[in-house]
Design a protein around this ligand. Structure first.
Ligand code: DX5
Ligand code: ZN
Length: 219
């Protein structure tokens, strides 16, 4: 089953509470919350207080994508804010296995996010400690970028690696996931779509229409 997750960094922060309620009711499967520190990536987005403020309005999982240096120093902050899943960048920590194990020990799902050029080999010795892999299909930091074509091959290679290692691990794709890219990311093995300006936050369709179109398109 393909899971659909709005990327809330693309939402209008002035009506975020209503947006979360409407997207929940429209039937999204999770909410993707991009956290940026202006250091690991050249941008800033939301923080733990904003996550806390929308937590009461949905029971759907909060998937917190930490695009921050040394994410191990910030896990409790985002757990307390209401995260259910946390992905950390392999490029941002010297202690990946320990960080992932801490996330799991605290009862959350643990994910590893990979920048476009980062090889899959980085995953091999933590496969027993992760629940999902986030394949960045754009360079992290900003919405509205173009999908990097070689990421199709990376998704396929990842699917083969997980099948061979016999681990049930979700493959999440993040960046320019829209109607031109969805068919091939699904064909190559992705099953969690982070949906932003390319498919969900579009001026000409309502959230309800956009979610229904995505569900029909990914069935
Ligand atoms: C990049 C961000 C974006 C965002 C999705 O760091 O993670 O990919 O979620 O936005 P679009 O769909 O515009 O790429
Ligand atoms: Zn993200």
């Amino acid at each position: 089953m393909t899971l659909i997750g709005p990327s809330l960094m693309c939402a209008d922060m002035g009506i975020l509470k209503e947006t979360v309620i409407r997207l929940d009711q429209a039937g999204v499967d999770f909410f993707h919350l991009d956290i940026m520190d202006g250091n690991f990536v050249p941008n800033f987005t939301m923080g733990p207080d904003l996550i806390k403020s929308i937590r009461p309005y949905t029971n759907k999982p909060f998937d917190v994508h930490l695009m921050v240096k040394n994410p191990e120093n910030h896990l409790d902050t985002f757990i307390e804010s209401g995260a259910n899943m946390i992905s950390v960048h392999v490029e941002a920590t010297d202690h990946l296995q320990k960080t992932l194990k801490t996330i799991r020990d605290k009862g959350l799902k643990a994910g590893v996010a990979l920048n476009p050029s980062t090889p899959l080999q980085e995953l091999v010795y933590v496969l027993d400690t992760i629940d999902y892999v986030t394949v960045m299909t754009v360079n992290p930091g900003f919405a509205g970028q173009k999908f990097i074509p070689l990421m199709y091959q990376k998704i396929s290679d990842l699917k083969h690696l997980l099948n061979k290692a016999e681990y049930e691990i979700d493959i999440q794709v993040d960046g320019n996931i829209g109607y031109e890219t969805i068919p091939d990311v699904l064909k190559n093995g992705a099953n969690m779509l982070v949906c932003g300006t390319s498919s969900l936050f579009k001026p000409d369709v309502t959230f309800e229409e956009a979610v229904n179109q995505l569900k029909d398109f990914t069935e």
